[in-house]
Design a protein around this ligand. Structure first.
Ligand SMILES: [Cu+2]
Length: 154
């Protein structure tokens, strides 16, 4: 492929491409994620730690009005959990596993975002010792019913 390069700029792009290729297994380069939560929410902080352990660059806003964020982002009471996050135009509601956020950013489906309603035991940030089945739902801003994005069963 380098043979097709006739300008320095083009060669530079190839080198950049190669360096990204080599960097990929070691670093996950996602846009920053903005997490909104109540200041006293412990499991929200534990979920943020889970994201950071998985390579996410997290801006944790602990002083925001989370309910207002949910209304603005189309998170209905049925979908709601403790924290609401936004990454690259998608809404992430509740204890969604980092891998599912990566899959969302990779696949880019036509949805508003992902949600794990409530706070299921055993989901990331909810390590209580008890492990329940839970599902990650994808949802839209219209009246379509949420769909199952991924299921976690024992
Ligand atoms: Cu929680």
């Amino acid at each position: 492929m380098l043979r097709s390069c006739i300008s320095k700029k083009c060669l530079g792009q190839h080198v950049l491409g190669l360096s990204l290729l080599f960097a990929a297994p070691f670093a996950f380069a996602a846009p920053a994620i903005d997490v909104h939560s109540d200041p006293n929410c412990g499991c929200c902080g534990a979920w943020v730690a889970h994201l950071e352990e998985n390579g996410f660059d997290v801006n944790h806003h602990r002083d925001g009005d989370v309910r207002q964020v949910k209304i603005e982002q189309g998170v209905t009471p049925k979908l709601a959990s403790c924290h609401t996050a936004i990454i690259d135009g998608y809404v992430i509601e509740g204890h969604v596993p980092a891998d599912d956020i990566k899959a969302l950013l990779d696949e880019r489906p036509d949805v508003a975002g992902l949600a794990v309603p409530g706070m299921p035991h055993g989901s990331p940030g909810m390590e209580t010792g008890r492990v329940d089945d839970f599902a990650v739902l994808s949802f839209t801003r219209d009246n379509r019913a949420p769909e199952i994005f991924r299921e976690y069963t024992q």
